[in-house]
Design a protein around this ligand. Structure first.
Ligand SMILES: [Zn+2]
Length: 506
């Protein structure tokens, strides 16, 4: 009998979310929007859909733009682009779609109107004051009709959808890992997290710390983090009413005295304060969605810090990966390594050694080519020089030599031949004009043949250059006793003959 695999849906443990103020409760009146801090996505981070009702809707003024969010720092996360279609802003009684905040980007999702089963795409969600606003794309039927659909009291199913669920799971993995990492950096090395960035998938995220860290320090933190991950410490969220005046004057601190979390946003009117707790490790005010436990959050730290270029500070970034990004990173690096190993015909562990060997061999080969080129240039120059010297006196010696050469810089070899020739000739030299040309192999209509003219008389060199320009379409120029140019296309016998004819006419 074939084995069967049943995937059980993950469940958030029942004591994940706790309201600790006796006067605070999650509003149950469906005409009221539950404030940010108490939303379903923040009470149960694994909940993927929820039946709820519309509280209000309005036409959105948010404009689509081609560089939506692109002006943000390169490594910070960019909100999904807004579509060209019109948008409406809908506030629901409750939602599983997290509005951006606390360094965590917006979720995306789907709202299904239950009376007609129609699906609407939520392209972004934002916090307005204390409430979550979902931006819904109106693809057809007009914006007024859409507002009609989303009248208060209408029943909807709000869900993350497949894409939104994967996006959120990635964000939660990185965000909860950041809390774990920051707590260990603080407690083990007294390194506060100055900032952090949840970068775009699949890039590594980073925390910014006041100084660079050694390989050993980083590895020790990684080891400890993964021991805690193996233990599967639970995560809890405690919420209480916010004493706004006190919070703004005295930002919360840990026992160590460090300020935790950033100051509350100026427009925050939610009246709810959330503290995210990793059992026995960390307490941190945060409005993000966090996984119910750190189990499965294997943390990989890039084993070096990157110094920041701001001259007045010594801070550094420590990059990390976990969850889906860690898998993506392993898959891509393994792919690169295997491909490289196959190109080098060796096993993966031998790749660095083989690359070293190849680079070394290449350097030696380049040196040998350069030496042989010098030797060959001298040999060719010797033949030319003997010919020029033994030519009858008073007659202009003329010679065309064509070569085939696949080097990227054929002119340098031709120049070497011309130098070696002029150096070997006695002074005053016999009257001469040489044309050297070099074509690649194979040739195509866009191939480039390089030509170099050199001779004893400036004027003759100039006249010959002009003739090459008019008769063969060579583009080039020169100065004194040298002229060089390029011919585009296939260099055939016909071109050789044209050069011979040009020489005869001089
Ligand atoms: Zn946080």
């Amino acid at each position: 009998m074939a084995a069967s695999v049943i995937l059980l849906p993950p469940v958030t443990h029942p004591d994940y979310f706790k309201v600790i103020s006796p006067t605070l409760s999650v509003p149950s009146d469906p005409r009221v929007s539950i404030p940010v801090g108490l939303l379903a996505c923040q009470r149960d981070p694994l909940l993927k859909e929820l039946e709820t009702v519309v509280v209000s809707s309005a036409i959105s003024n948010l404009q689509p733009s081609s560089n939506n969010g692109a002006k943000k720092a390169k490594k910070s996360v960019i909100a999904p682009p807004l579509p060209q279609n019109p948008l409406i802003e809908v506030i629901l009684h409750d939602t599983v779609i997290f509005p951006e905040g606390g360094g965590q980007p917006t979720d995306t999702g789907i709202i299904t109107t239950l009376n007609d089963g129609k699906q609407w795409e939520v392209v972004q969600a934002k916090r307005h004051g204390g409430h979550a606003v979902q931006y819904i794309e109106v693809k057809e039927g007009g914006i007024d009709a859409a507002i009609q659909v989303f009248t208060p009291g209408v029943k909807v199913l709000v869900s993350l959808g497949q894409h939104g669920s994967a996006r959120r799971y990635d964000h939660m993995s990185m965000h909860t890992s950041q809390h774990l990492l920051s707590a260990l950096l603080e407690s083990r090395h007294n390194l506060p997290t100055l900032s952090w960035s949840l970068t775009n998938y699949p890039d590594p995220c980073y925390v910014e710390v006041p100084r660079g860290m050694s390989y050993d320090e980083i590895m020790a933190i990684q080891d400890e983090a993964n021991k805690l991950v193996f233990e599967g410490r639970k995560v809890y969220v405690e919420v209480q009413e916010l004493d706004e005046d006190r919070e703004k004057l005295n930002p919360p601190t840990l026992e160590s005295g460090r300020a935790v979390g950033k100051a509350l946003p100026e427009d925050y009117t939610g009246g709810v304060k959330r503290v995210v707790i990793i059992d026995g490790i960390d307490r941190n005010p945060c409005c993000g969605t966090h996984l119910p436990s750190i189990h499965n959050l294997q943390l990989f730290l890039l084993p070096h810090t990157e110094a920041l270029s701001r001259s007045s500070t010594t801070s550094a970034r420590l990059y990390f990966l976990s969850g889906p990004r860690l898998i993506a990173h392993l898959t891509s690096t393994h792919g690169l390594l295997t491909k490289t190993a196959s190109i080098l015909s060796c096993g993966s562990p031998l790749v660095p050694e083989r690359v070293d060997q190849v680079i070394d061999e290449r350097k030696r080969a380049e040196k040998r080519v350069a030496d042989l080129e010098t030797e060959l240039a001298k040999t060719l120059a010797d033949v030319l020089t003997n010919d020029i010297i033994s030519a009858p006196e008073g007659v202009l010696y003329k010679k065309h030599i064509h070569r085939v050469d696949n080097t990227s810089n054929p002119l340098s070899f031709l120049t070497a031949v011309s130098f070696a020739t002029t150096n070997a000739l006695p002074s005053p030299p016999t009257s001469y004009l040489c044309v050297l040309s070099s074509s690649p192999l194979p040739q195509t209509s866009s191939s480039m043949t390089v030509l170099l003219l050199f001779g004893s008389d400036d004027k003759i060199v100039k006249v010959a250059g002009e003739a090459l320009r008019t008769k063969l379409g060579v583009k080039g120029g020169g100065k004194g006793q040298k002229w060089s140019g390029k011919f585009t296309g296939v260099w055939r016998q016909q071109e050789d003959h044209l050069v011979e004819d040009m020489l005869k006419e001089l």
